[in-house]
Structures are given as structure tokens and as C-alpha cells.
Design a protein around this ligand. Sequence first.
Ligand code: SAM
Length: 229
Amino acid sequence: MPLLPRRFERIKAVLDQRRDDLTVVLEQVDKPHNLSAILRSCDAVGVLEAHVTSLPGRPRTFNSTAKGSHKWVPLHPHPDITSALQPLKARGFRIYGTHLGVEAVDYRQCDFTGPTAFLLGAEKWGLSPEATALVDQALFIPMVGMVQSLNVSVAAATLLFEARRQRDLAGPGPDGGCGLPDALYQQRLFEWCYPSVARWCQEQGRRYPALGDEGEILEELPRNVRLRY
Ligand code: SAM
């Protein structure tokens, strides 16, 4: 079925809200309902992509909690926490680690308007010492109940929505608040509109075709590829 103009407009409206300077890094979070719920929150606040390290031999799976959000927010796997965090640090991200050490601050005192990564720990044991050592600022979400910690997906949602709230309040900023760099925007736009054609282009090592004003592909593609959309 061809891409409907209405669908194209909807995809662009959502992509306009995506940001590549807000993310989560999940250290050995592996329960499908938690991964799914976290990606759903990422989608809701406009996170472009998320990161995870897994225990060896544990496949990452999602369940119906995701409501398909794992298709819209890629979860990048990393072999260990250093490889997950170093590229973000190199890009100027501040790493906020969620643990309850003495140096941890109430998350409501933090400024999340700059490049921000929330580092969240495993359901059973929280963050590893290696991860904790790479944190720029430890934070916690204050709790007054009998139980000592939140479910990891609830913690992620609390932090992500606070970051989004702060950014909405701060306004667009000097760059006009434009979201993604144009090349990245165009790349994601094509992948969201035509996922199987995008996969074919990647296999062939060719650039994505240009799109017209209504989202139509402006290039003549082989018939077997045209049948994919
Ligand atoms: N027993 C674990 C521990 O001692 O860390 C509990 C892990 S908790 C269920 C899983 C993750 O959720 C934590 O690593 C943290 O990322 C996040 N989390 C849970 N409660 C939190 C809170 N009050 N503030 C910040 N993060 C929290």
C-alpha cells in the first residue's frame, strides 16, 4: 500500500519532536516488560535512541507493553558499560547515574536541558561499580514508602518526563530549537516511511532515494523493491 499523505505528516510531526541529546543507558536491564515500558516512555518524550548492555546469553526481547515503540526507538546493544558510555561522553553528554550513594542528589535539583544520559541499573542489583565510576552526577528519586526502590521503568519514566518538562520550559533556545541535524532527520524519515526499502538500500550499500512533498519515492526502483511498499 502506498504511503498515505496523512501517515507521512504524522511521521514528520513525531520526528520533529525527536532529540538526539537525551537518552537512557540500561545496564543489564533484561526483563521484557521493563525494556518495553522504558522504550515506550522514550518514544513518548522524544528520545531518538537508547542503549543497553546485556548479560551474556540473554536475548533482548520486548512484549506487548512496548506497543510497537521498539520500532521507533532503536535500542543499541553494547558489549560493556564503558563502550556504551564513552561515545556519549565524547559527544558531551552528562551521565546521570541512578543510585543512592552519599554524593547522590535529588533529581529535581538537576538541570537536564543539556545533553543528558540517564544510566539505570539491573532489576536485581542496580548499577555495577564499573558503571558507578563513570557517572558524572549520581541522583535519586526521593521515596517515602516502605519499599526501597522503584521499578526501573518507573524510575526511567520519572527522569525522562522531568527532562522533557525542563526542556519545554526552557523554550527553543538560540538555535531555534530545531531537533535533529538535517542529514539524520532525512535518514530517519526514510527509514520510518519505508523500512523494508531502507533495509534493501543498506544491503545494497546505496543511499536512500529522495522523497517528494507527499512522501513519495522520487526514484525508479526495481520492481521487486517497489512491491515492498
Ligand atoms: N536492589 C537494587 C539496588 O540496590 O540498586 C534495586 C535496583 S532498582 C529495582 C533498578 C534500577 O531502578 C536502579 O538501578 C535505578 O536505576 C532505578 N531506580 C529505582 N529506584 C530509584 C530511585 N528511587 N531513584 C533513582 N533510580 C531508581
